[in-house]
Design a binder for this molecule. Structure first.
Ligand code: DC
Length: 221
């Protein structure tokens, strides 16, 4: 058992993980780590440098040298993300990155490097970490594990609103089918798929307000 407090929040895209994790981290004074942002940052760098999924050498170079850091929250609540000290907050959320991130995050070489990094942060700080494999693989001994779900319709509605607020509005049905495809890929991959840990508390947030979800988790912690 680690000396730090670790809280794992997993679930599919748009289940409300990041908003809830961020709010809980602020309430508890813990560090919030958005692991999806880390996979997105690697995807962005690979796209910008035209690196193929099969080019292990160049991917390995990136993984060894890249510095992904998190900054303060912005007025809309989102956390700033920096790739090698350059603000990449907007770019990592682009539809282009969203379309490729599942393939990149299925690569064992990428997962190994990012999981190491995530464990290191969690070994040194009290953390709330959100992702797909936090309770199962990254922090199997986390003191609290939650798995948030919601219907595909509701998750699309939330993502759609988020994207509109970020000035990246997308057609609802296109977004819905992209989210469904991403969930499918994330759940079917061989290396640490999207899955609830056996000891995770499952919460369907479809009909809950954000405050209700936060309160629910907070009371259990
Ligand atoms: O949380 P998000 O939608 O920003 O995550 C983007 C992608 O990153 C997601 O489709 C799968 C991948 N991911 C992962 O494989 N493991 C994690 N712990 C977090 C995200």
């Amino acid at each position: 058992m680690s000396k730090t407090i670790q809280i794992a929040i997993d679930g599919p895209a748009g289940a409300g993980k990041s908003t809830v994790a961020k709010a809980l981290a602020a309430k508890l004074g813990y560090i919030y780590i958005d692991t999806g942002a880390m996979y997105r940052a690697i995807t962005l760098i690979m796209l910008e440098n035209d690196i193929a999924l099969t080019d292990e050498e160049r991917i390995s170079d990136i993984l060894k040298t890249v510095k992904i850091t998190f900054g303060d929250s912005m007025p809309d609540g989102r956390q700033k993300v920096y790739c090698n000290a350059v603000d990449c907050t907007e770019k990592i959320r682009s539809p282009e990155v969203s379309r490729h991130v599942s393939e990149v995050s299925a690569l064992p070489i990428v997962r190994r490097a990012l999981v190491d990094k995530q464990r290191q942060i969690a070994g040194e700080n009290n953390v709330i970490m959100d992702g797909r494999d936090i309770g199962t693989v990254v922090l199997p001994h986390a003191q609290h594990k939650f798995f948030l779900t919601a219907t595909l319709e509701e998750r699309t509605r939330r993502r759609s609103e988020e994207m509109r607020n970020a000035g990246m509005a997308m057609d609802f049905d296109v977004l819905k089918s992209e989210i469904a495809q991403r969930d499918e890929k994330d759940s079917q991959r061989i290396d640490s798929p999207l899955k609830a840990a056996d000891d995770a508390v499952l919460i369907d947030t479809s009909k809950m307000s954000l405050d209700e979800v936060i309160e629910n988790l907070f009371s259990r912690i």
